[in-house]
Design a protein around this ligand. Structure first.
Ligand code: C2O
Length: 504
């Protein structure tokens, strides 16, 4: 089955927190942008037209492996050129994985301006389908009153030498507030949750009800009870909730921003947003009770349902030491191994295609792309040392990875001989939280030829260069990828990209 869609990207005015009206990026005049629902095995063809007038754009399908179609993954400078105002571009790919995903602009600063929505891949073989009476999709986000472009210009500038990230004003559920969802007593709901925030992680709980986690970032898990979840930017969960058969009161649920991420907490910050599962419209919507212990489920305790054992016999280890620091221009940047990412003019994937036998030499990709060339069908290990005092959610395109180890805060570097034991069946997901001054060890099989980004999903840190590029099986890619000609046309129609360094 093939689904054909047209996405016209335009500015519309909205006031999602009831405090401030501003322009947001919508699709086909709609915002909130409705969730995209597809079925496993489906091919989708989406013609994206850029009617923004003043900005280029692109779309990324967060969590989809894009097996065989890495050129449809979306990031400009990696998989394609930007779509200029007045132009269009066709995304065409097949979806072979079930679960909860989202799509968002991968052009700098755009998804926090609204260009994002959940992407749900329905699975006719969903292991919990017998139990489920209904499905609910909830997205969470932080919200800024200013547009991202001016915020980014002052964020990466001499006026902000410490790299303090702008603090959002409000939290949103489904890009709005006071969301209500009709439910019935005694029924079981599959609730799919996506955190689409630019910055804030969210604590999420349903008053008086525990959740059974059944999916994490598209990976089915052994059902695991949780009373509270923590979702970083980019993370997803699905949970089952069974409503009390005797009815009772309408059920408040809360998304609360993790204020530890913020350098300062303004007086007017609205950290919490409440929604309600509504049994009876005639009954009141209760105020949620205060919670003072934020004890969220430790995602390391989640086991994939297929019981996949930890990959052993590592063929390739990549150590990434990350830090935030100033460059000569006085602005604050993020670094992997002392190198800050700068988007190349020619998308890295096109360089793979044009560089023949030299494509397995990282030098051809330039010294500011943090490029690592992976051979096909190897077990790759990433050791990520966070030498910064902030929390960072790291996301890998093209794969889900096993989380072999994740330290507590202040554990120091893994490379210093500081190790944890490997779980027999480790957590598998595509976006993982790394603790302040701590580390994570991730593994995956390089079985998906393509060019894949690995980056912090905080949009501020994407802007400050916290990005690496994995060039996976380039020689194989040259043989198998058939990049449609409109890709290269797009580059010809493009204006030069906005440089990342010293842009203030
Ligand atoms: Cu949702 Cu490159 O990310």
């Amino acid at each position: 089955k093939t689904t054909y869609l047209e996405f016209n990207v335009t500015w519309v005015n909205r006031n999602p927190d009831g405090l401030h009206e501003r322009p947001v990026m919508g699709i086909n005049g709609q915002w909130p942008i409705p969730a995209l629902h597809v079925t496993k095995g489906e091919r989708v063809v989406i013609a994206v037209s850029n009617h923004l007038g003043n900005e280029t754009t692109s779309l990324h399908w967060h969590g989809l492996y894009m097996n065989g179609t890495s050129y449809m993954d979306g990031p400009p400078g990696i998989a394609q050129c930007e779509i200029p105002p007045g132009e269009s571009f066709v995304y065409d790919f097949k979806i072979d994985q079930p679960g909860t995903y989202w799509f968002h602009s991968h052009t700098r600063g755009q998804y926090p301006d609204g260009l994002r929505a959940p992407l749900i891949v329905n699975d006719p073989e969903n292991p919990s389908k017998e139990e489920v009476d209904g499905e609910i999709v909830l997205s969470f986000s932080d919200w800024y009153h200013d547009l991202m472009r001016p915020l980014l210009a002052s964020f990466v500038s001499v006026t902000n030498p410490t790299g303090a990230e702008p603090v959002p004003k409000s939290a949103l559920i489904n890009d709005s507030q006071n969301v209500t969802v009709a439910i019935q007593p005694g029924k079981t709901y599959l609730i799919r949750m996506v955190n689409m925030a630019a910055f804030a992680s969210m604590y999420v709980w349903f008053q008086g009800h525990s959740m059974r986690v059944v999916e994490v970032d598209g990976i089915y898990t052994e059902p695991t009870e949780a009373s509270m979840l923590y979702l970083t930017a980019g993370q997803r969960y699905s949970v089952l909730i069974t409503v009390d058969p005797s009815g009772g009161t309408n059920i408040p649920f809360v998304a609360s921003m993790d204020e530890e991420l913020f350098d300062d907490i303004p007086d007017d910050l609205n950290s919490n947003v409440t929604g309600w599962l509504v049994l009876d419209n005639a009954k009141e919507l209760p105020t949620p009770s205060n919670v003072d212990t934020f004890e969220a489920l430790d995602d390391m305790s989640l086991r994939p349902l297929d019981g996949s054992a930890a990959l052993d016999k590592v063929d390739r280890t990549i150590t990434l030491d990350m830090k935030m620091d100033n460059l000569g221009d006085g602005a604050n940047y993020a670094f992997f191994n002392n190198n800050t990412y700068v988007e190349p003019t020619v998308p890295t994937l096109y360089t793979v295609m044009s560089s023949g036998q030299y494509s397995d030499n990282p030098i051809v990709y330039g010294s500011h792309t943090n490029s690592f060339v992976l051979h096909g069908n190897e077990t790759v290990e990433i050791i990520l040392n966070n030498n910064d005092d902030g929390k960072h959610p790291f996301h890998l395109h093209g794969h889900a990875f096993q989380v072999i180890a994740r330290s507590e805060e202040d554990a120091g570097s893994y490379s210093e001989g500081n190790t944890l034991s490997t779980p027999a069946v480790p957590l598998k997901r595509d976006t993982v939280l790394v603790q302040p001054n701590g580390y994570a060890v991730l593994r995956f099989r390089s079985d998906n030829p393509g060019v894949w980004l690995f980056h912090c999903h905080l949009e501020w840190h994407v802007a400050s260069g916290l990005i690496a590029t994995f060039i996976e099986a380039p020689l194989e890619l040259q043989k198998t990828a058939t990049i449609p000609p409109d890709h290269y046309d797009l580059c010809a129609r493009n204006k030069p990209p906005v440089p990342t360094l010293g842009n203030a």
